[in-house]
Design a protein around this ligand. Sequence first.
Ligand code: SF4
Length: 431
Amino acid sequence: MSTSLSLKVMYHTFGCKLNFAETASVAERFAERGHLAVDEGDTPDIIVVNSCSVTAEADRKCRSAIRSWHRRWPDAAIIVTGCYAQLKPEEVQALPGVKVVAGVNDKLRIPLLAEEAAAAVPFPPAKDLTEFMPSCSRGDRTRFFLKVQDGCDYWCTYCTIPRARGRSRSGTIAQIVEQARQAAAQGGREIVLTGVNTGDFGRGRGETLLDLCRELDKVDGIERYRISSIEPNLLTDELIDFCAQSEHFMPHFHVPLQSGSDRVLELMRRRYDTAFFASKMQRIRQAVPDAFIGVDLIVGARGETAEEFARSRDFVDSLDISHLHVFPYSERPDTRALSLPDAVDQAEKHRRADVMIALGNAKHEAFARRFLGTVRPVLLEHSGEGRPMSGFTDNYLRIRAELDPALDNTVVPMLLDALAPDGMSFLAKKA
Ligand code: SF4
């Protein structure tokens, strides 16, 4: 591998939207230094892996991908960053082909490290996770992911993320508004605000997520914003009301519940109970009746006995929500949950996941049916030769429509004409 010439770099991202946004920033830094992203069929000099450690399965997938890339391109220097690298640097360093393990806060130094990688000095992960690294990535032709916050101070008992990503910190409003302007200049029409604990934006600096949203609302060219996920206790009534009256913040909320049992919520050290969560859902429905509400749920956590699971299921069933993201609980090293009683075996976790996924699908379908035959604004995208147009309504219903490339990256009123066979998306036509 040469270090003085332009390097060919392959990027692979595991995990969340935050990681995708950060990989895009790393790629920009490589490009500024004259290095090229690999094209189809190229042999990479450098493979940058942005890892995830949200579950044991995420760690396993990362290890398996690294082994297979090393078999395919034995001369490529593999550089691993992200949560898995931060939490288990020795384990990652021992994988074949891995030359550098970079901590979460060292992502932007990776191009320099890559140039030195021939020397292969193992790089210890950063211990100090207090800096905010701004990142904004283009998700597809129309959407950008803008990181507004990083880290978390909540220490839920099952979660390893505070260890991997460090203390809660965020960008400034001025910095983030400037990134939104740049995204608009590059043709972005929609921005998804991302973070580990997004609702914690600005804490300690006298700024709030609501202040940020008010300023972003004024940026010319960005027609749509979505907030990727927000803790229920940080989803204030003021923020809900702001989304209700804003033209640019979409009727779309994503709120983690994690369990519909108060006992399990307490064991998880979540900062709300089911009554509070239900009241937030009602508040959203009153203010924004057509809102899409996505809810995260963990099944099979320690302490979730058969009775607590039944309670959780009944509670979820009682909510007027649009979608469930279901995650079987995964034991993570060094978390307090490991000392809790009542572990649930794998087969039972998967059975419970199937129950909740079926419930979530039924809710998604019922929500979609409410809009059959109505007209909603859709940000249309033409994603490639021979493909139809696709896109999302303001309230996050997926549509497909006949090809009309002139409408690419524009918001168009569309008639939701027929439900697709999945029962959750639509075949649509221009209204
Ligand atoms: S709020 Fe809880 S689950 Fe979410 S990142 Fe923080 S500690 Fe993890």
